[in-house]
Design a protein around this ligand. Structure first.
Ligand SMILES: Cc1cc2nc3c(=O)[nH]c(=O)nc-3n(C[C@H](O)[C@H](O)[C@H](O)COP(=O)(O)OP(=O)(O)OC[C@H]3O[C@@H](n4cnc5c(N)ncnc54)[C@H](O)[C@@H]3O)c2cc1C
Length: 288
């Protein structure tokens, strides 16, 4: 439970952080809230030579509207998202999702950028950013690039981040028109992480039919994913019981549901269907 020896630097700017990372591409690691990395270091699953602490870079923590986007800085904490009045009014899925993470101590230190970059298969944020069609802004030695959330999550604890890159910002299309959102989670009784977590963003036409749906799924597979077959099956329907029952059968299409001591693959698939249906119903009930 004692980490291997490491050096520590707390740069004041993003530029300094990038240059520290570039100085040791193999041995340096970003530290944000530390709530996933420090446990991994204590178990010696990670043994970085140098920790570059980006949590002290003040310009990386913000939530703001800009044009038709919501911009969230990578070191914004779960608690800042949970308690944001702006988000409660324009994109309630984000505070709802934050509220489901760990306990208040975890939410006070852990960051959305750290959670997204960690790509824990049972982490909550990946489901929400996928459902919302987010873009991730990545900055590195070769400049800045954006990546769609669905291309960012590659596999278990693996993303498309390149060596020396920092996830700087999460950009979310600002919901408009008639929309409703919900997050449904079955927490593991021992860890609180998602056995299944379903994030839903629904957009309705004036006649109440489904214009578009974004469904993000976590806990089920080795990485979070968008349930595109469910989204397609919902589009154009009036979201009645028959439409929902048919659509949710597709939630595990294209993935092998994980099996572990707590939940077999079949049980997890079943939970995913039940909670996708509940999340869609909850999102529909919140449409304004
Ligand atoms: C007791 C406990 C309970 C928890 N329960 C839950 C839960 O229910 N649901 C849930 O989703 N999570 C849970 N977590 C995890 C928590 O949400 C973490 O905060 C989160 O997973 C990682 O964020 P962090 O800021 O702590 O990142 P860190 O631990 O600092 O970093 C995690 C990884 O991401 C990298 N990284 C961090 N920031 C960036 C960046 N901006 N750009 C590129 N790479 C970066 C780091 O190098 C590291 O590899 C729990 C943690 C604990 C300790």
């Amino acid at each position: 439970m004692i980490p291997a020896t490491f050096d520590y630097q707390a740069p004041a700017t993003l530029e300094e952080a990038l240059s520290l990372l570039a100085s040791d591409l193999d041995g340096a690691k970003i530290l944000a809230g530390g709530h996933s990395l420090i446990p991994a270091m204590k178990l010696r699953l990670a043994q970085p030579q140098l920790l570059v602490d980006i949590a002290r870079i003040k310009s990386l923590a913000y939530i703001r509207e800009e044009g038709d986007k919501i911009l969230i800085g990578a070191t914004t904490t779960h608690y800042q998202l949970e308690s944001s009045d702006l988000l409660k009014s324009i994109c309630p899925l984000l505070p709802d999702c934050a509220l489901n993470i760990g306990d208040v101590q975890v939410r006070n230190k852990g960051t959305i950028g750290g959670s997204v970059a960690h790509s824990d298969p049972a982490g909550d944020w990946p489901a929400a950013v996928l459902a919302l069609g987010a873009e991730l802004v990545l900055v590195g030695p070769n400049g800045e690039r954006t990546e769609k959330a669905e291309d960012f999550f590659v596999d278990l604890f693996t993303t498309s981040l390149l060596p020396g890159e920092i996830l700087r910002e999460i950009r979310i299309p600002k919901p408009s028109g008639r929309f409703g959102q919900a997050y449904q989670k079955v927490p593991h009784p021992a860890t609180g992480y998602a056995v299944v977590g379903i994030a839903v963003h629904l957009e309705l036409n004036d006649d109440g039919s489904c214009k578009a749906a974004g469904i993000g799924v976590t806990g089920v597979s080795t990485k979070a994913y968008r349930a595109e077959a469910v989204e397609t099956a919902l589009a154009g329907t009036n979201l009645d019981d028959n439409a929902l029952a048919a659509a949710v059968t597709h939630v595990c299409d294209g993935v092998n549901a994980l099996s572990d001591l707590y939940a077999s693959s079949d049980y997890r698939s079943h939970l995913a269907q039940v909670h996708t249906r509940r999340a869609i119903q909850a999102a529909k009930s919140k449409v304004k």
